[in-house]
Design a protein around this ligand. Structure first.
Ligand code: NAD
Ligand code: ZN
Length: 363
């Protein structure tokens, strides 16, 4: 079944097509991009699994197709990969009229998006996400980035795609661990925007149930709808609405940095970060104990391992470098109730004491 979500921005409008049909993709593509040449960027894993399928599709329609492959994983999300893409593109004759395709997970999406935003001062690109995380979050909204030594996603630009094609059949080759990774972002939408969706997910994740294709398509649709709405209202994270999507992320980014992107997948770190944020919400009395337990229960139900031991002071200092921190004051997304979130600056001593307890509990 095809579902279409249009992202209506002030300066641009684009479609998210959720469909397993290639015809649906081409129908929307024809309207979205006028080009003869596609530059398909993927990573080493997706290259083996899905690159031929995708490039054959484009070739069958008579397009010129050039490809480039970056290293898989957070290790490939750096300036070196970006620089190699500029070289490959130039060598392959990619010009201003060409269109980039990000075929892969969130890492390919972020790097390919950054490439498309800056190559020849910006060219078109489309997102073809292949992980649940990318289908439900990163492929929509135009945030692009690479990591630097000092932190994750520190360098990047906003560059909206011209089309997002979500074909959930790509998920058939994705590992359980990476499915769960994507679920963290899905759960985040429920915690911050929608109690009904929270209840739906809670039923879906009853012990022993595997997620059906129908559930996947519904969770993708719901997630993209929220993401699209938020991006429409606050494209560049100015009013604070889009910042709500960072629930759990201030802690998560510090955790990813402190563990050198090796120990946790992004979603796994976000799951722990959401538990930290709800503990902080409880400490600051923005929510009550029932809400706290609802958050904790769903995270456990989804099977996340929620303990980690890290130096509280070091975590605090990393959180101060977060993009949402201003003059060293850290802004957190806190929960009032399931479906209701707020952004608020929190004093260092409160953060530190919750961090210390968090670490103590996990000893
Ligand atoms: N731009 C945004 O708005 C935004 C939002 C959320 C996350 N992100 C970023 O996304 C990144 C994480 O994305 P991710 O979790 O998709 O990671 P990823 O891109 O590394 O993909 C996960 C792994 O799965 C492999 N893979 C991809 N598709 C596959 C498939 N269909 N079958 C089998 N294997 C497949 C990849 O090669 C990789 O090893 C982080 O860097 C995060 O910062 C960005
Ligand atoms: Zn995230």
């Amino acid at each position: 079944m095809k579902q279409l979500i249009t992202v209506n921005l002030k300066t641009k409008k684009y479609d998210i097509v959720i469909s397993q049909s290639e015809n649906d993709f081409f129908t929307v593509l024809e309207k979205a991009v006028k080009t003869n040449t596609f530059f398909v960027i993927t990573d080493k894993n997706v290259e083996k699994l899905h690159l031929k399928y995708f490039t054959d599709l484009l070739k069958q329609k008579g397009f010129n197709v050039k490809t480039a492959v970056i290293s898989a994983g957070e290790i490939g999300k750096n300036i070196k990969s970006l620089s190699s893409l500029y070289d490959s593109a130039l060598e392959a004759g990619i010009d201003r009229k060409s269109c980039t395709v990000a075929l892969g997970g969130g890492i390919v999406g972020d790097v390919a998006g950054f490439f498309a935003a800056t190559y020849m001062r910006g060219i078109n690109y489309i997102q073809v996400p292949t992980t649940l995380l990318a289908m439900t979050d990163s492929s929509v909204g135009g945030k692009t980035a690479v990591n630097i030594k000092g932190g994750k996603n520190v360098t990047g630009v906003f560059h909206q795609p011209d089309l997002v094609w979500i074909n959930s059949t790509f998920l058939s080759t994705l590992s359980e661990r990476h499915i769960k990774n994507g679920l963290a972002e899905v759960i985040k939408y429920a915690f911050t925007f929608d109690r009904k969706f929270y209840e739906y997910l809670s039923d879906m994740l009853e012990e022993g149930t595997t997620i059906s294709p129908k559930d996947f398509d519904y969770t993708i649709y719901k997630s993209c709808s929220y993401k699209a709405k938020v991006v429409e209202k606050d494209e560049k994270e100015i009013t604070g609405l889009r910042a709500v999507l960072n629930f759990g992320h201030t802690f998560a980014h510090a955790l990813e940095t402190i563990t050198k992107y090796k120990k946790f997948l992004h979603g796994e770190a976000v799951a722990i970060g959401m538990l930290f944020a709800i503990k902080l919400s409880l400490e600051l009395k923005t929510c009550n104990i029932e809400t706290y337990k609802e958050v904790e229960n769903l995270l456990y139900k989804a099977g996340f391992i929620l303990n980690t031991k890290n130096d509280a002071k070091q975590m605090l200092s990393l959180m101060k470098k977060d993009k949402k921190s201003i003059d060293g004051n850290i802004k957190f997304v806190l929960i009032k109730d399931i479906g209701k979130a707020i952004s608020s600056y929190v004093k260092d001593d409160v953060v530190l004491s919750v961090l210390k307890n968090f670490t103590e509990e996990n000893k």
